[in-house]
Structure formats: C-alpha cells, structure tokens
Design a protein around this ligand. Structure first.
Ligand code: AOF
Ligand code: ZN
Length: 375
C-alpha cells in the first residue's frame, strides 16, 4: 500500500484522537480506524480517562468486519494490564491482520512492546511515519506527565502592546478583542484546571467558566485559587455559588485557619489544600502542582494571572507555553497601571534566548503570540 493511503487513514485516526481533548489526561489522546478492503469499517477514540481504548472502540464498531482488517492507530497499542485489558489481546480477539501505528508509546509498560506480542499472535505490525504532528505536540501534557510527573502549564495573559495588564484605574477587563476572548475560552476547555492568584480573584470576581461554543465534549476544569494568607473575598462567585468544576483553594495552614474561621462551613464545591509556607508566605509551586496531579489527576493547567502569579511561575521557569494576547493599545505608566511582571527577571539583553515564538495568530484587532519555554 502506498504511503498516501496510509496517510489518509492515519489522518482520520488522528482526527478521532483529538475528540478526546481534555478528557483523557493523564492518559494520552489516541484515535483508531479499522479498514477492510479499502473501506472504513470502524473508528474510535479514547474518550475519557479510564474509558475504552481507541483500538477497542474502533474494533467493537467494526464487529465481524474486523476479521482480516488493517488497524490504524495513532499510538502503539498497549500490551499491559492497566484500567483496561491489553489492546494487543483485543486486536487478536477481533482477528486483525495488520496494525499500523504512528508513534511509540512513552509509557515504559508498553514502550516498543506491542510488536512482540502481536507477532506471537501472527499479526503484522508496522511503525509508520505519515507526518502527523509529533506526540509531544498533540499529546504534550501526556508526554510531560510521563517524563516529568508534572502537569503541563500554560500561562495566558491579555495585554497592551506596551506590556500592561491593567490601565491607570486598575481595570484589566476588556483589553483584548472578542475574538481573543473566544480563543481564551477554547483554551480553558482544553485543560484540566484554571489557576489564578488571590489578587485577581478579589479584584475581578472571575467565573472562570467556558463561554464559547466547544465542538467536543469536555470536562469542566477545576478552578484553583492561590492564597498564602487566605484573604479571599467570600462574597465572590466562585465561593458563593456551586460551580461546574470544583474549586480548589491552595493555601498555608494559617491561611486555612483564617479562611475557615470566616467561612464557618466550607461549601461542598470547595476543597482547601494546605501547604507549609516559605518565609515570605508563598507556597512552593512545585508542591502544589504535584498535589494537584496526584490527588485530582490534573495534568494540564491554564494560569490566568495576575502579575504576581505570572512573575512567580516565570521566575521558577514553571511553564511550558505562554499565550500572550496583544491588543494595539498603550497604557504607559502611572496610577494603578500594572505590567505583566512585578519584579525584575533574570533575562538580559544580549544573552541567549530562553523562549521561542512557536505561533503568531491574528485575532481580529489583536495578535496572539505563543511562546514555548525552552529552559
Ligand atoms: C489510553 N487510551 O486509547 C490507548 C492507551 O490504564 P489504562 O488501561 O487505561 O492504560 C493506560 C495506558 O495505555 C496509557 O498510559 C498508554 O500507555 C496506553 N495506551 N491509553 O488511555 C488509548 N491506546
Ligand atoms: Zn490499549
């Protein structure tokens, strides 16, 4: 079969894979297509964490037609028992003849093992390269979790061309265009959690919900609020109203005491996570990220500010991508006008770049610049 035919089927499998966006983590996005005599007889994707694997779903759809078929999978099939039985066994049960997969799995339980198992069953398998985006692009959060055991972090800010987050009155709303805001809501729907600092929480009373049409089913992200002191406005929406997507308040022991004393009863939709504070009342960010991953299975986080939080994450080099939505406005300085960062950062003119621009997109009157952290 020619590469272009493989490419056609693998691209379909890839489209299937993307349907699981935000719901599969900490497992990968995977898509599969079953082909028999040149016809697509089954297709499937990994739809949610713990659910059927893409291969199983596609083969069940194909039913008896799977016998003697070609199976296209974006990822090497698993061959070990996890929450699901090994796909290599399922592929055998359905009588598949050839398996084509695009990427090796990084999970050591399965890495480069499928072919050995499939061969035992008399099934041919081929790792092919049809030019799909690499695993680290479309499964970036999965790759980070497997390799570093930490969530994938996206910072996101809407700002002026002179790098200001709010105007002289301290207002940070309505800086960017409607098109940028829709884009941001799509970003929200693609992650497991949205994180903000207490200043943003107190000042903006944000909803942190998704107010844009999203094509795929998604899980409402957790809403994480960082507050060392526990000094949060209790009349704000995220505390007052039950939310789609749980609210997690990450604080110190004294912050929790202060909060609970004022709250009397912690509302059911809120979890309070405590951490020992550093001398400046800050909480070590890595500890928070590890807790969020281990306890809540959070594998991707969108950090929406404000300036102190951006400074903290950037200083610690604790981000993978930075989405900067620039509106062609200038706020200058003075009043309550604030910059993207609150402190001097380490970067200096003339030194090697730490970040790389990986995308620029025109969004109505704005420009979105996506930065990748290379440190
Ligand atoms: C998925 N979906 O479609 C494929 C996966 O605990 P389990 O049984 O769900 O297994 C998770 C592992 O299975 C995952 O880390 C990856 O290595 C492999 N393949 N996983 O969630 C799929 N094909
Ligand atoms: Zn599997």
């Amino acid at each position: 079969m020619t590469l272009s035919k493989h490419k056609k089927y693998m691209e379909m499998a890839f489209k299937e894979a993307l349907k699981g966006t935000n719901r599969t983590l900490t497992n990968p996005l995977v898509g599969a297509v079953v082909v028999k005599n040149g016809n697509i007889v089954g297709y499937g994707h990994h739809a949610y964490f713990g659910g059927q694997h893409a291969e199983e779903q596609a083969l069940i759809k194909a039913g008896k037609s799977s016998k003697g078929s070609d199976l296209y999978v974006t990822l090497e099939p698993c061959s070990s028992y996890g929450k699901r039985p090994p796909c290599t066994d399922i592929i055998n049960k359905f009588g598949v003849k050839n398996v084509y997969f695009e990427s090796y799995d990084l999970n050591i339980e399965n890495n480069k093992k499928a072919s050995k198992y499939l061969k035992k069953f008399g099934i041919n398998s081929f790792k092919i390269d049809t030019g799909l985006p690499s695993l680290s692009e479309y499964n970036a959060a999965y790759v980070k979790i497997v390799k570093q055991k930490l969530p994938f972090i996206i910072l996101k800010a809407g700002l002026t061309l002179d790098g200001k987050l709010c105007d002289k009155n301290g207002c940070s709303k309505w800086i960017t265009s409607q098109a940028s805001r829709i884009f941001s809501h799509k970003l929200r729907a693609s992650v497991n959690a949205i994180l903000i600092g207490s200043n943003t929480f107190n000042k903006d009373n944000p909803k942190l919900n998704i107010r844009a049409p999203i094509k795929y089913k998604y899980n409402d992200p957790y809403k994480v609020i960082l507050t060392g002191s526990g000094n949060l406005k209790l009349s704000n929406e995220l505390i007052k109203k039950p939310q789609k997507g749980r609210v997690i308040i990450a604080t110190t022991l004294s912050g929790k005491t202060y909060l609970t004393k004022r709250l009397k009863k912690v509302p059911d939709h809120i979890s309070i996570e405590t951490f020992s504070a550093m001398s400046n009342m800050k909480i070590p960010i890595k500890k928070i990220l590890i807790r969020l991953k281990n306890k809540y299975n959070i594998a991707s986080i969108l950090v929406e500010g404000g300036a102190k939080v951006f400074t903290y994450f950037t200083k610690k080099s604790c981000f993978d991508k930075f989405y900067l939505f620039y509106s062609p406005r200038f706020f200058g300085t003075g009043g309550k006008c604030c910059s993207l960062f609150t402190e001097t950062l380490q970067e200096q003119a003339g030194k090697p770049l730490k970040n790389r621009i990986i995308e620029t997109i025109r969004l109505s009157s704005d420009i979105l610049t996506v930065i990748e952290n290379r440190t």
